[in-house]
Design a protein around this ligand. Structure first.
Ligand code: S3P
Length: 431
């Protein structure tokens, strides 16, 4: 599908964005491993989370979806059954990595794979420690890529220092730690998102966090919960940036998750001079939630690096777009992980923006962007990467001519309804 956006339209109005992707995956996985029912509201019905639901069903977990709820009938830590077919994670790195942690602890055989993009993404960082814990995992390049065959079983707890700050890796090891007797400890170079730790605690596991180290006690009894999932800040990000850079805009995004390990974009946009107000902060299901108002204002360039990076890793492509229109230079560094996302997002954002006449200088671990640029109309490709599609849509709002975005249907991976929500906010400005 190709979407063509016409230039320079302001955004006005209020929206709620779909549920948080990270929380949706975790809620169904923990619901499956718990005893009793887990009732989830705000579940993201995006393709990635549906991949997790399908895999869990293949593992024998009843998952019922109603109009506004997902009900998971938990089978308990010992209740999963050997899948008859291959578990397909589609495009979802979170599904693959988190499920690898679960499968490692199962006394059965399973095979897990994904789409072309996911089959290129690094899995060795997860399979290596899982093998150390006692799982047998085989696959191409010594188990570094999907498809992977897993013969799980009795796991030993480990102390693992991760080479990168990755919530997917940390979560895989914490989930495997549920099946090991004793304490599994995961220590990261920087703190990545802590949704798994928070939710495990809410389901009754014993989890302790100290700085960048998490300890989990194995073999707990998890109990089904009611989980309310807030809007995904990574989806809200596109409208926050769009409104901040498009003259005449004012947008309120309601009920957005603002967990500090995810909310780096708020700090950076404020630092850049955006007019951002955070209101109505409350806690729901152990996660902070707020309403965010943003108005157009002139932005200034900034540096984004260090411990900030894991707090906004998925927002870097759209922040690079913001930097194109800011006064002065923006430097993004320490973000090598961007190269192993759904696409190489450093190369993708630089090459696609170049098709509109914009200049983003790619570096090994980030980007350098001189601001105050003008973009022309043209045709760009989302490359099958949902966050690329939506970042390019934001860039299109400031282009001098129409921008056609090919492969734009991939927004369904994390944000079904994105194009309608964008059009609704543009209408809000016109009306
Ligand atoms: C996610 C963690 C992040 C992020 C991804 C979702 C998660 O990846 O990019 O979209 O739900 O745990 P990392 O594993 O690099 O932290």
């Amino acid at each position: 599908m190709t979407v063509t956006l016409t230039c320079k339209e302001a955004l006005r109005g209020e929206i709620t964005v779909p549920g948080d992707k990270s929380l949706s995956h975790r809620a169904v996985i923990l619901g499956a491993l718990a005893e009793g029912e887990t009732e989830i509201s705000g579940f993201l019905a995006g393709r990635d989370c549906l991949s997790t639901v399908n895999c869990l069903r293949q593992l024998g977990v009843p998952v019922v979806t109603t109009e506004d709820r997902v009900i998971v009938k938990g089978v308990g830590l010992e209740g999963l059954r050997e899948p008859a077919g291959i578990l397909d994670c589609g495009n979802s790195g979170t599904t693959a990595r988190l499920l690898l942690g679960v499968l490692a602890g199962q006394p059965f055989f399973s095979v897990i794979t994904g789409d072309e993009s996911l089959r290129r993404r690094p899995m060795g960082r997860v399979t290596r420690p899982l093998v150390q814990m006692g799982a047998c995992i085989a696959g191409r390049a010594q188990g570094r890529f999907l498809p992977l065959a897993v013969a799980g079983g009795r796991l030993r707890p480990v102390f693992h220092r991760t080479p990168v700050a990755s919530a997917q890796l940390k979560s895989a090891l914490l989930l495997a730690g549920l099946f090991a007797s004793g304490e599994t400890v995961v220590s990261e170079p920087e703190k990545s998102r802590d949704h798994t730790e928070r939710m495990l605690a809410a389901f009754g596991a014993k989890v302790a966090c100290e700085g960048t180290t998490v300890t989990i006690e194995g073999r707990p009894r998890l109990k089904g919960q009611k989980v309310n999932i807030p809007g995904d800040i990574s989806s809200a990000a596109f409208f926050l940036v769009a409104a901040a850079i498009t003259p005449g805009s004012e947008v309120v995004v309601r009920e957005v998750g603002v967990n500090p390990t995810r909310a780096g974009i708020i700090d950076v946009l404020k630092e850049m001079g955006a007019e951002l107000e955070i209101g109505g902060v409350r806690v729901e299901s152990g996660e902070p939630v707020a309403d965010i108002r943003v108005r157009y204002s002139e932005l200034a360039g900034t540096e984004i690096s260090g411990s900030l990076i894991p707090r906004l890793i998925d927002e870097l492509p759209v922040l690079a777009v913001a930097a194109l229109f800011a006064r002065g230079k923006t430097v993004i560094k320490d973000a090598r992980e961007l190269r192993v996302k759904e696409t190489d997002r450093i190369a993708a954002v630089a090459e696609e923006v170049a098709k509109l006449g914009g200049r983003i200088v790619p570096t090994a671990d980030g980007m350098i962007i001189e601001g105050m640029q003008a973009l022309a109309g043209g045709t760009v490709s989302a490359r099958g990467d949902h966050r690329m599609a939506m970042s390019l849509a934001v860039a299109a709002l400031r282009a001098e001519g129409p921008v056609a975005i090919t492969e734009s249907e991939c927004t369904d991976i994390s944000y079904p309804g994105f194009w309608q929500d964008l059009a609704g906010l543009q209408k809000g400005a016109a009306g």
